[in-house]
Design a protein around this ligand. Structure first.
Ligand code: ZN
Length: 395
């Protein structure tokens, strides 16, 4: 019930020096120096020594194909569902689930059930309504009703544009979806954000720009993702961020390969470039695209093969930001903590502060390797080993 992390270097995400964190139930009860928790033995207090370690907020992954995705190479290429420890051992305590290319054999009912299952297993979960497809296949019949009636639905996505797998929405269709998401979000007190999958087509973000130019819908309604897919697309997205939009970088488990072979912009380089360009530290997020397929097509758009995204890329990319690109840790982790929490309106998430949810990652101070993970006050991973397993995971 009560945990006291002693002498740990705190990144809130701001660097707050060495302090103690008192966790009461599923919340952070206090943060300060020399905290004591002696309740006369009436309640057990677990004391955790944090020397040589740092604490950051539990990671928020805003784009996970938790049900699996893919299928671009036929049925046997449908990718598997994510398991609890795939996320916890990657430091992820909050996850937003989405459907992708396949909105037929995967649907909103099963996505919502999967999100609820992961919540029962100890994580905080949300979902987007829809898939790549237009018209959006919702749960209740409309985007607005989904947002208003279903607590876990916080936005719409991932709607695909500029991609040969997209439904090729017209400007009118696209702007109507944005309008419905905006009003549904307002009426439900949610973000109502549109998570927009960007393909490698030459039209890049034209539909988004046209919507903010020709309608009253603001740039903040959109969270385009995979923005670092290639350099030309990324440059357009920097311009979008300068116009007040936020953009979502996609991490990679094998970023060097994707950079060399396919011209992806590595997350560390992308963040450094945005900072140099004067894009605000609040304007970007980083997600894993975990369990999403990574299909490879030739120039004729013929399928060649595919891989699967993994959740553990987030911390790899953060380490790359810090050690290879010289981005300060407190800046890099904004992309997976306070920024997605604000953009997606996730109350109690993304910060180590009194009253916030007790979602904490403990990292080695020198290597930034993950040591332990606490989700809503429960120790999920300790000394690099999972303590809590999903229902069908082997211990
Ligand atoms: Zn996508």
């Amino acid at each position: 019930m009560i945990k006291l992390l002693k002498n740990i270097k705190l990144y809130k995400p701001e660097d707050a020096g060495i302090q103690d964190i008192l966790i009461i139930g599923d919340k952070i009860g206090a943060i300060g120096k020399y905290l004591m928790a002696d309740l006369g033995g009436a309640v057990d207090v677990e004391i955790i020594d944090g020397s040589g370690k740092i604490a950051i907020p539990g990671l928020i992954d805003s784009h996970v194909h938790m049900l699996g995705g893919g299928g671009e190479g036929g049925y046997k290429t449908r990718t598997p569902e994510i398991m609890l420890t795939d996320l916890t051992t990657a430091g992820i305590t909050t996850v937003v689930g989405c459907l992708g290319t396949d909105g037929v054999t995967r649907n909103m009912q099963s996505l919502l059930a999967k999100a609820r299952g992961l919540e029962e297993e100890g994580l905080s979960t949300y979902v987007y309504s829809g898939s790549y497809q237009i018209p959006v296949k919702t749960l209740t019949g409309s985007i607005m009703e989904d947002l208003i009636a279903i607590d876990k639905i916080i936005g719409v996505g991932e709607i695909a544009i500029s991609d040969h797998r997209s439904s090729q929405p017209t400007f009118e269709e696209f702007s109507k979806i944005a309008a419905e998401a905006r009003v549904g979000g307002m009426l439900s007190g949610k973000a109502g954000v549109l998570d927009i999958h960007l393909g490698d087509g030459e039209r890049t973000i034209d539909l988004i720009l046209r919507t903010i130019d020709e309608t009253e819908i603001p740039a903040t309604q959109f969270l385009p993702t995979h923005v670092n897919r290639n350099a030309a697309l990324f440059e357009k997205c920097i311009e979008f961020a300068k116009r007040g939009g936020c953009i979502d970088l996609t991490g990679s488990d094998d970023a060097d390969f994707w950079e060399e072979q396919y011209g992806e912009v590595r997350v560390g380089k992308a963040i450094r470039r945005m900072l140099e360009e004067g894009v605000g530290e609040d304007c970007f997020t980083l997600s894993s695209d975990a369990q999403g397929s990574l299909p490879i097509f030739n120039e004729k758009k013929e399928y060649l093969g595919l891989g699967v995204g993994t959740a553990n890329c987030l911390l790899k990319e953060i380490r790359n930001c810090v050690f290879r690109e010289g981005v300060p840790l407190e800046t890099a982790i904004r992309a997976v903590t306070v920024n997605p929490a604000r953009i997606l309106k996730l109350a109690g998430k993304g910060k180590l502060e009194k009253g916030f949810d007790a979602d904490v990652c403990i990292l080695d101070e020198q290597t930034l390797e993950l040591d332990s993970v606490i989700a809503k006050g429960v120790m999920m991973v300790k000394d690099k080993r999972p303590l809590v397993f999903g229902t069908f995971e082997k211990k």
